[in-house]
Design a protein around this ligand. Structure first.
Ligand SMILES: *[C@@H]1O[C@H](CO)[C@@H](O)[C@H](O)[C@H]1NC(C)=O
Ligand SMILES: *[C@@H]1O[C@H](CO)[C@@H](O)[C@H](O)[C@H]1NC(C)=O
Ligand SMILES: *[C@@H]1O[C@H](CO)[C@@H](O)[C@H](O)[C@H]1NC(C)=O
Ligand SMILES: *[C@@H]1O[C@H](CO)[C@@H](O)[C@H](O)[C@H]1NC(C)=O
Ligand SMILES: *[C@@H]1O[C@H](CO)[C@@H](O)[C@H](O)[C@H]1NC(C)=O
Ligand SMILES: *[C@@H]1O[C@H](CO)[C@@H](O)[C@H](O)[C@H]1NC(C)=O
Ligand SMILES: *[C@@H]1O[C@H](CO)[C@@H](O)[C@H](O)[C@H]1NC(C)=O
Ligand SMILES: *[C@@H]1O[C@H](CO)[C@@H](O)[C@H](O)[C@H]1NC(C)=O
Length: 546
């Protein structure tokens, strides 16, 4: 029995999908070989950078990359160039992310830097944009926005795998047939890495300064492999393994997933009934209560009328939702899992879509990988093997199925191996219980780039940003500002409690809170806390996970 229907993980990393198309019209900009800034959003500057579509030069067309910066505000003589950011996905819009949390990043990294978000080729405001569908209605039909339809449990019925297989065979076919401009083959991670070098050079910097989370870590490692002499600073966080990625087999991703849930059970026990509403005296009792709850709801669901979408600035506590649910009140779980209603101007031809995470994710992830041609029997075996690693396999096997139908693979694309002697060591950050990118992958990545250092953050959750830590985020700041790496083996506690208000906060948490007494420390923690508010629900895709 799995608990995954309550605790669905993101089928991707950090995904910020704010649709900002209405706030600034990128169509008014002309792509140019150098950065030509125009004021945009509020306090930001936007530019479309012209880059080669095909870096071999065989195809002479250009792509245009949407680049946005929050300009440095420190005195000119202190200016230290751009820090590029990628929010993961793949398919996440760096532009949208930096519009929402750029100011907080400036607080973390320092005002000497331009904080730069860009939409990777294929994504949102960059061109070419990936879109397989002709209208919003058609798109909704193929890839429903509600997550249960989009990522149904592969073990819900014996038919889900075969049905999904058929669906993605067709999506792969549609994507290929409609790629009449022959763009899709160029939407790969190696080309995004090449684009990052172009962006950095357009700022006048031969060496890249970059922070990438989740899939963004793979992008950073790919850059460091392709351009080891162009590494200024690269910090990667929530590490995706290159072998897993470039073979379209993310099974290992689930290594620490059950451990993450265990952290909730254990934390609930030590927090006690006053701080953890789903409390039971032992972790195994809590686990079994959760499993029984899932069973009983499968046997008899709560019929719910439609509720208007409630936006949660902050996730309600998982334990409270579970308690309410066990008492027969499904309101909280319903609203925490709700997705916006589908709406479209169905008379207009809305494609291509700027909120195209799903399509650009498939194009990039599957285009990076090998030709996957698993039979349905092989997909069932794949799922069975994943289920040996984690009880969450039923919501993670989708990657493989999605790629099974994908047909566009460019000859000569980068597929690893990753690694190399870089002109500056990498800072590699991993959490002790990351449900999507296990700590072992951070250690492995660091081993591929001599002199790079792993910083371990002792917390559950996907990537360090889910919890503020003076230790982790102070080290991140120091790395960018001074080039100092933390001592190898550094383990950072977080300055946050899993169960606020618990009588039994650990001694470590208390000590850290005392240290955070200076104004600048508090500002740093506040900034990461604010980033966490934005990334946590998205990292869990609104599924109330940590
Ligand atoms: C592509 O961009 C480069 C650099 O801006 C420019 O020199 C070239 O003319 C462009 N090529 C096409 C086909 O637009
Ligand atoms: C820079 O952008 C502005 C509009 O934002 C445009 O008028 C101008 O021609 C552009 N400059 C170049 C060199 O393309
Ligand atoms: C799949 O579902 C069946 C029936 O509910 C259950 O017996 C089995 O344990 C599940 N498999 C996995 C791997 O969770
Ligand atoms: C307090 O929490 C710590 C860490 O989780 C645990 O080891 C300890 O047993 C707890 N103490 C009590 C009294 O519950
Ligand atoms: C059900 O739970 C919600 C919050 O999750 C709460 O606002 C509401 O009052 C509860 N309803 C009842 C009948 O207890
Ligand atoms: C996939 O496998 C099927 C059945 O083995 C075969 O007919 C088909 O040609 C294969 N497709 C590709 C693209 O390799
Ligand atoms: C890095 O440099 C060392 C010493 O020069 C060399 O032995 C090693 O093979 C290099 N590693 C890579 C991945 O290039
Ligand atoms: C960087 O180094 C300078 C000079 O040694 C020091 O004043 C500053 O506090 C350091 N900054 C960080 C973030 O460690």
């Amino acid at each position: 029995m799995t608990s995954s229907s309550f605790l669905k993980l993101a089928a991707a990393g950090l995904l910020i999908s704010n649709v900002l198309a209405a706030d600034f019209d990128w169509e008014t900009l002309t792509a140019t070989a150098s950065l030509n800034w125009t004021s945009c959003y509020s306090g930001f500057e936007c530019s479309l950078l012209e880059v080669p579509l095909d870096y071999t030069g065989a195809d002479k067309r250009n792509a245009s990359i949407a680049v946005l910066r929050l300009p440095a505000t420190a005195p000119k003589e202190q200016y230290r160039g751009p820090i590029l950011f990628n929010p993961g996905g793949p398919g996440g819009s760096g532009v949208s992310t930096i519009v929402s949390i750029g100011a907080e990043f400036a607080e973390v990294f320092g005002t000497q830097f331009d904080i730069v978000g860009f939409d990777p080729r294929g994504v949102s405001f960059s061109k070419p944009s990936v879109s397989f569908f002709n209208t919003a209605a058609e798109r909704q039909n193929w890839i429903p926005s509600d997550l249960d339809s989009r990522y149904p449990s592969l073990n819900a019925t014996s038919e889900v795998i075969s049905r999904n297989w058929a669906q993605f065979q067709l999506i792969g076919q549609i994507a290929e047939e409609r790629d009449t401009m022959d763009f899709l083959q160029y939407i790969t991670t190696d080309n995004v890495a090449r684009d990052m070098l172009q962006i950095s050079r357009a700022f006048g910097y031969e060496k890249l300064q970059y922070y990438g989370v989740s899939y963004g870590s793979l992008l950073g490692a790919t850059f460091a492999t392709l351009f080891p002499d162009n590494v200024g600073r690269i910090a990667i966080d929530g590490i995706m393994d290159w072998e897993a990625w470039y073979s379209s087999d993310l099974t290992g991703s689930l290594m620490d997933t059950d451990k993450t849930l265990q952290t909730f059970f254990d934390g609930c026990v030590s927090a006690g009934p006053s701080a953890c509403a789903f409390y039971a005296p032992t972790a195994s009792q809590i686990a079994s209560n959760l499993a029984s709850l899932a069973d009983s709801i499968r046997a008899q669901p709560f019929p719910r009328p439609h509720l208007p979408l409630a936006r949660h600035g902050r996730l309600q506590l998982l334990s409270q939702l579970h308690l309410r649910l066990s008492e027969g009140n499904a309101t909280g779980v319903y609203t925490a899992n709700q997705t916006p209603d589908f709406e479209c101007d169905c008379t207009s031809d809305a494609a291509p879509f700027t909120a195209n995470i799903f399509e650009s994710q498939i194009a990039t992830a599957c285009g990076d990988g090998p030709v996957v041609n698993d039979s349905i029997t092989e997909l069932r075996e794949f799922y069975t093997n994943q289920a040996k690693v984690s009880s969450f396999a039923d919501i993670w096997g989708h990657w493989r199925i999605h790629c099974d139908g994908w047909r566009v693979h460019r000859e000569g694309r980068f597929q690893g191996p990753a690694g190399g002697n870089t002109s500056f060591p990498l800072l590699v950050i991993g959490n002790t219980a990351d449900p999507v990118t296990p700590l072992a992958w951070a250690k492995k990545a660091a081993g591929l780039f001599p002199d790079s250092v792993v910083l371990t953050q002792d917390s559950p959750g996907h990537m360090s940003l889910v919890a503020p830590s003076l230790c982790t985020h102070g080290a991140l700041r120091t790395y960018f500002q001074n080039g100092t790496l933390p001592a190898p083996g550094t383990v950072c506690a977080v300055d946050a409690e899993l169960f606020p208000g618990a009588a039994n906060t650990t001694a470590t948490a208390k000590a850290r809170t005392l240290i955070a007494s200076s104004d600048s420390d508090n500002k740093l923690l506040d900034a990461v806390r604010a980033i966490g508010e934005v990334v946590r629900p998205i990292a869990a895709m609104g599924r109330a996970l940590l």
